[in-house]
Write a protein that binds this ligand. Structure first.
Ligand SMILES: [Zn+2]
Length: 472
């Protein structure tokens, strides 16, 4: 049974994995994609890696999942940035959409079935607004079309907000014709003489509000305004996701709009959210210039997807150390040459570790504990590695690599470049002559080239070291 924490109900939902080939319709998952006005940073990486892990695991457990992500290519932030840089907003959005796909590719994210741009769904957006007018939920002012929050009784159901408190704390309202400070824009009219993107509409030239873009894309691609899973970063819960629910349920009259809501925790830098506006962000591409992608994956996997994470030196160093010890263990297994069959004790230990790994992943994708189970397996064999035979070593290695693969971690290649191999061989010859200080000198040289060497009774073992220096 796979258990998923549902933000909407505050409860854990149980989902029975289907028998292979028996699930008729895929689970539909919508995850809020990026607003394409800048390079994506580690805060985005956290969310998209989390959903990549979740979807990959669900698929591994035989669930069919159709994963849809929207691209917000119409937004105030895009227009502001375009004005700042004297660029055309459409061109700016196209450029950063491209960089987003590049970043997702370098993170190894392949789980998304479809990306959909808001600008390709203007017709569906307008159709939803028309239906909201007909049902009495939409009204027009001189600035645009708004959704009347007071008309929708369940507003606040997802975020469990005290709406009156929110109304009192509202900042200065730019549109005095709004009936309620919480009413949100469905359609924004273009300002006179402004260089903005706009589309004609029955209400006037303008562009869509943010929330309606997502419900329109969901309806267009899923064919319905009701589906199984919706995900996004926790800070999108209010007002974005709350407003999506209001729009969709007001149009369809069906509840709930989405059965299970999943939210990823925030990424903090010195107690503040990593964000564009605070200028405390590290872009995905800058991070990957300094560290292998496996380090980033492990760093995030060491935290539960719903927990907040503090980004600091330890975040990277601990992940790199964890990867180093996996690589060291795998390289040592490669040295084992002894003949023999797989012993029953070895088999039992592997089976126990596998069960634990799956139990942890089944329990709301608890990746830190699944990783801990993997390390328990490694630790259990490390101390008696010399007593293993070759068949056992292969079985253990395959188990470790498979579990890492389920988590989306591809361990860096264990093959050595020729210069490192010949340095290791030279060091062995010197050691055989018992010239230990010269051997030590060579070890340092190998380390400065980014490789680790360790002498074991089975011979020297070497592996590529992850993140030699955080501040490099
Ligand atoms: Zn969204």
């Amino acid at each position: 049974m796979v258990v998923i924490y549902n933000t909407l109900t505050g409860k854990k939902e149980r989902m029975k994995p289907p028998k292979p080939g028996r699930q008729k319709k895929p689970l539909r998952l919508f995850v809020c994609g990026p607003t394409v006005y800048d390079y994506s940073h580690l805060g985005h990486a956290r969310t998209y890696l989390a959903f990549d892990t979740i979807v990959n695991y669900l698929r591994h457990r035989e669930f069919l999942v159709f994963y849809l992500q929207n691209i917000t290519d119409i937004d105030d932030k895009i227009i502001e940035r375009a004005v700042e840089e004297r660029k055309n907003p459409k061109e700016l959005a196209v450029f950063f959409e491209k960089t987003y796909y590049q970043d997702m590719k370098s993170l190894g994210i392949k789980s998304v079935n479809k990306y959909e741009r808001a600008s390709d769904h203007i017709q569906e957006i307008q159709s939803q607004i028309s239906r909201l007018f007909k049902k009495g939920y939409a009204y027009q002012t001189k600035n645009g079309v708004y959704f009347s929050v007071k008309k929708f009784k369940n507003y606040g159901i997802l975020s469990r907000q005290n709406l009156d408190e929110l109304r009192h704390g509202w900042r200065i309202e730019p549109d005095l014709e709004k009936k309620d400070p919480l009413d949100f824009a469905l359609w924004k009219f273009i300002k006179p003489n402004a260089k903005e993107l706009f589309w004609p509409s029955p209400w006037g030239d303008g562009r869509p509000g943010w929330h309606i873009e997502d419900t329109a894309i969901a309806e267009a691609i899923f064919g319905k305004l009701q589906y199984e899973l919706h995900g996004g970063a926790i800070d999108l819960k209010f007002p974005h996701h709350e407003s999506e629910i209001a729009q969709a349920e007001a149009i369809s009259g069906k509840k709930p709009y989405v059965k299970i809501w999943l939210h990823t925790g925030v990424l903090l830098v010195e107690e503040e959210k990593m964000s564009k506006s605070l200028r405390n962000f590290i872009t995905i591409r800058d991070f990957l210039k300094r560290h292998p992608v496996a380090v980033m994956r492990v760093a995030f996997l060491r935290h539960h997807y719903r927990s907040p994470i503090n980004y600091n030196q330890g975040f990277v160093i601990q992940a790199a150390n964890a990867l180093n010890s996996i690589l060291e263990f795998l390289s040592k297994l490669n040295l084992i040459k002894k003949n023999g069959a797989v012993g029953s004790m070895t088999r039992e230990k592997i089976e126990t570790a596998k069960k634990e790994f799956y139990a942890k992943m089944d329990e709301d994708f608890n990746t830190p504990e699944a990783l801990a189970a993997l390390f328990k397996l490694i630790g259990g064999f490390q101390s008696q590695i010399q007593s293993l035979n070759k068949k056992e070593a292969i079985l253990i290695k395959n188990t470790v690599v498979k579990q890492l693969r389920i988590l989306g971690v591809k361990p860096p290649s264990s093959s050595m470049p020729p210069n490192i191999r010949s340095l290791i061989a030279a060091r062995e010859r010197i050691r055989a002559k018992r010239e230990f200080s010269r051997a030590d000198h060579l070890r340092k040289k190998i380390e400065t080239l980014g490789y680790m060497v360790e002498d074991t009774p089975m011979g020297p073992v070497a592996w590529k070291k992850m993140v030699p220096d955080y501040n490099q």
